[in-house]
Design a protein around this ligand. Structure first.
Ligand code: 13P
Length: 249
């Protein structure tokens, strides 16, 4: 069955020294942890954190990646550069990339395909805006982002894809989706995967929830049938809070 997968997205926080301190504390706190774990520091801290988590039960992830393999793309970071740093996972389509930096589904799909072609694991983020939820469009938005994000992805490559449902209105706001509301979207998206890839793939794909996950709500969220982990932002910035989410229940 599916393993729980708890990931920390450190966003644009921490210098190398601060990132190293957090990574060292997490290695100690999670060394007996039962689940799958990942930290995604800023590009500037990948090498530092990578050296600390190497050989432990914590994977190294990046928060984004360019859609091209290499070339004249000032300010971008390539898949080859990530692999050179022993990054194993890349978060793509995060709502902050979609809404602040205007990444669309076609661009995100190009990144997904490139990352998979290079053997990386992809955490593909999906999620609706508040006005979309209020208009009753949450399912449709998540379906479109899933279908378009996975265009051209083979069934074999799907085994290296994790989905993260992050309702935009719950990110960094302290407002968490109720476990029931989150589970309903996860179940819906799992059906979308079933339609695209069949029942076996749908039952295996890991779907994380993200959006104000905290030590005091993690266990209730994880108890839901279709919630297989968490993508944690703010609460991932302190070892104690991330570890207590990571070791929920
Ligand atoms: P918060 O946990 O701060 O709401 O952030 C969630 C998120 O965006 C993780 O990618």
């Amino acid at each position: 069955m599916r393993n729980y997968y708890i990931a920390g997205n450190w966003k644009m926080h921490k210098t190398r020294a601060e990132a190293a301190e957090l990574a060292k504390a997490l290695v100690a706190e999670l060394k007996d942890g039962k689940h799958k774990y990942l930290v995604a520091p800023s590009f500037t801290s990948l090498e530092t954190v990578g050296a600390i988590v190497k050989g432990t039960n914590i994977r190294l992830g990046a928060q984004n990646m360019a859609a091209e393999e290499q070339g004249a793309h000032t300010g971008e970071v390539s898949v080859l550069q990530l692999k050179d740093l022993e990054v194993r996972t890349v978060i793509l389509g995060h709502s902050e990339r979609r809404h602040i930096y205007k990444e669309d589904d076609a661009l995100i799909n190009k990144k997904v395909q490139l990352a998979l072609r290079h053997g990386l694991e992809v955490i593909l983020c999906i999620g609706e805006l508040l006005e979309e939820r209020e208009a009753g469009r949450a399912e449709t938005v998540c379906e479109t982002q899933t279908v378009k994000g996975l265009e051209g992805v083979s069934a074999a490559d799907l085994s290296r894809v994790v989905l993260a449902y992050e309702p935009v209105w719950a990110i960094g706001t302290g407002k968490t989706a109720t476990p029931e509301d989150a589970d309903a979207i996860h179940a819906y998206v799992r059906k979308v995967i079933e339609r695209l890839y069949g029942a076996g793939a749908a039952s295996q794909i890991v779907i994380q929830y993200g959006g104000s996950v905290k030590p005091d709500n993690a266990a209730q969220l994880m108890a839901k049938e279709n919630i297989d982990g968490a993508l944690v932002g703010g609460a991932a910035l302190k070892a104690g809070t991330f570890a207590s989410i990571a070791k929920f229940g």
